[in-house]
Design a protein around this ligand. Structure first.
Ligand SMILES: C[S@@+](CC[C@H](N)C(=O)[O-])C[C@H]1O[C@@H](n2cnc3c(N)ncnc32)[C@H](O)[C@@H]1O
Length: 245
């Protein structure tokens, strides 16, 4: 495939991923203007909802866990060009999120609904702070590499890919996984917690806790002692908590 075509593929999938991320924020926030949300979707029995929703979250977890592993990437890049490997990972994420939005079965019932206006504003502030931390963390690591544009750009301009670098700027000095901390805040901070929302937030939380062991194993393989020492010094999601000696 021509280099320019690969760049176009990468830009297209990047745009799709950004759109899916924005939709996810609106879907989790269950805003009135959204056509589908965690609380607005297909109808079905409780058993159907539990089975379908569990399957959808598991699908997201499996896609993210399997496609991010070095062994998978090695085989996959024999099928698709290496400069767009990350872009295809994003495309798969968009498709899996699309399935989540389309097939999600809301579960009736509310766990809490805060009425106090000041408290509602405070909770929405945490919600937006969470998504802002998530987005900022992608830039602290390397947004354009995480979203596949850098690889296609280097291919287009004939620049050699630089070896992976361990980064610990800003939030990463306090916690090892600020992007996931932000995600947790965005998932759980809601003034109106429905059973549907809690099911979704718990599902993603479980996936991340499982997924992190794989991610850290790869980080130890790539960065060795540097990452091992980082794990001893810095907490996982909250400062000082979850150090691994
Ligand atoms: C979706 S990002 C999440 C990063 C991190 N777990 C977080 O929550 O902020 C996953 C990618 O970040 C990379 N990564 C995680 N921590 C890193 C670090 N300190 N330096 C460089 N890359 C890192 C992983 O190798 C993986 O490719």
């Amino acid at each position: 495939m021509g280099r320019l075509l690969l760049m176009l593929v990468s830009l297209t999938f990047y745009a799709a991923a950004v759109a899916a991320l924005l939709f996810l924020i609106g879907w989790v926030g269950a805003f009135d203007f959204m056509p589908l949300t965690v609380d607005k979707g297909r109808e079905g029995s409780l058993v159907t909802a539990i089975m379908v929703n569990t399957g959808l979250i598991a699908l997201f977890g499996v896609q993210h866990t399997v496609m991010a592993r070095p062994g998978f990437k090695e085989g996959w890049t024999k099928v698709i060009p290496a400069p767009v490997e990350r872009s295809f990972y994003l495309l798969a994420t968009v498709l899996v999120l699309g399935a989540l939005f389309h097939f999600w079965h809301p579960i009736d019932g509310t766990i809490w609904s805060i009425q106090n206006e000041a408290a509602r504003t405070a909770i929405w502030t945490v919600f937006w702070l969470g998504w802002a931390i998530l987005l900022l963390s992608t830039f602290l690591l390397n947004h354009f590499e995480l979203f596949g544009l850098q690889q296609a750009w280097h291919n287009l301009t004939g620049k050699n890919a630089s070896p992976p670098q361990m980064r610990t700027p800003l939030f990463y000095k306090l916690v090892r996984h600020p992007l996931y901390t932000g995600f947790f805040l965005g998932l759980w901070a809601t003034p109106d917690m429905t059973y549907s929302h809690a099911f979704m937030a718990a599902g993603f939380t479980i996936y991340i806790v499982i997924g992190i062991s794989y991610e850290e194993r790869d980080l130890l393989d790539v960065f060795g002692e540097q990452y091992a020492e980082y794990r001893k010094r810095v907490g996982a999601f909250l400062p000082g908590i979850g150090k691994v000696s």
